[in-house]
Design a protein around this ligand. Structure first.
Ligand code: MGP
Ligand code: SAH
Length: 274
């Protein structure tokens, strides 16, 4: 008997059909309602989310430890928000820019642009550590979520929220530091062994870095963990660059490239403004 015929016989045997039905895998018996249910899940507060976001929802307190106090996150927000511990490390490092250790009063007295604020994961931490944050977001609903979330953390008054396209707004902005965490093209970014810096939606990594440089030379660029560090360094070959690998609970999550004077400072300073 041919292999294919044998397999068809096995698949159609009563035992196999019963097993498939017991596991809920029988196509004929699955109703439309059941199908929709397996493609989505409902959170305890009634939000219906696609099933593939469940792993992010389970980590909700790693994204915002105050999640239960009214934090709002939409679909793109769930898979893009920076884990709080990483956002805090980045903010601490940025706050140390121009920190003269003899003049403690200058600590964090800088203006930082969060060019892609999303639901505010980085914006909130930057506002906890730095005097003034300009948060830019192209999506109006997500900008409002970021504002709400900053209020939950009590830092909204230090943040100027701007609805718009960072690429177009850049020539009108002034700041000491630009932090960028642009969209990488969805969670599928891990599909390639090395992330292609030209593959991001709307603008390449080089265009974003050049855009940020039109404001200042101190840039922090939050990028996929499968980026080639040498390629990130080459985006600003005339500036100092330090590549930081970002981990949470032992898992490698992303890479932050620091350019300019930011490349010269390490993180971990215990002082913060909030
Ligand atoms: P991930 O790979 O989707 O999650 O993103 P995880 O938990 O590592 O999944 P795993 O199953 O591969 O292990 C890792 C982190 O990268 C997320 O927590 C976000 O902080 C960040 N991130 C992911 N995406 C798709 C984006 C994005 O498009 N833009 C930005 N700025 N950050 C992203
Ligand atoms: N760091 C954020 C996540 C950023 S995800 C956090 O921790 O919450 C990237 C965000 O950039 C998305 O919300 C997307 O809407 C926004 N965005 C995309 N293109 C933009 C542009 N040209 N200007 C400003 N924001 C943009």
């Amino acid at each position: 008997m041919g292999r294919r015929k044998k397999r068809r016989q096995r698949e159609n045997s009563t035992e196999a059909v019963v097993k498939r039905q017991r596991n809920g895998h029988s196509r004929q018996t699955q109703t439309q309602g059941q199908k929709e249910e397996s493609q989505s899940f409902t959170t305890p507060d009634g939000q219906v989310l696609p099933a593939e976001l469940k792993k992010y929802w389970r980590s909700r307190h790693n994204f915002f430890w105050r999640f239960d106090e009214g934090i709002q996150i939409d679909e793109e927000g769930w898979y893009s928000v920076t884990p709080e511990i990483i956002a805090e490390d980045t903010a601490v490092r940025i706050a140390q820019l121009y920190n003269d250790r003899r003049k403690k009063a200058d600590y964090g007295r800088i203006c930082v642009i969060d060019a892609f604020c999303g639901v505010g994961g980085n914006t909130i931490k930057l506002a906890e550590w730095c005097e003034h944050v300009i948060a830019i977001e192209i999506d109006p609903q997500r900008l409002e979520m970021a504002r709400n979330n900053a209020e939950v953390y009590g830092v909204a008054e230090r943040i100027e929220f701007i609805l718009g396209d960072f690429y177009q707004l850049a020539p009108t902005l002034k700041a000491d530091v630009v932090f960028m965490s642009p969209p990488w093209g969805g969670p599928e970014y891990t599909g390639a062994s090395v992330f292609d810096l030209d593959s991001m939606p709307s603008h390449s990594a080089q265009e974003w870095v050049d855009c940020a440089r039109s404001i200042c030379a101190n840039i922090a660029f939050f990028m996929p963990r499968n980026c080639d560090p040498l390629q990130l360094t080459a985006l600003a070959p005339d500036l100092s660059c330090d590549i930081e690998l970002n981990y949470t609970s032992g898992f490698f999550k992303a890479i932050t490239a620091y350019y300019g004077d930011l490349a010269l400072y390490g993180s971990s300073d215990p002082r913060r403004l909030m």
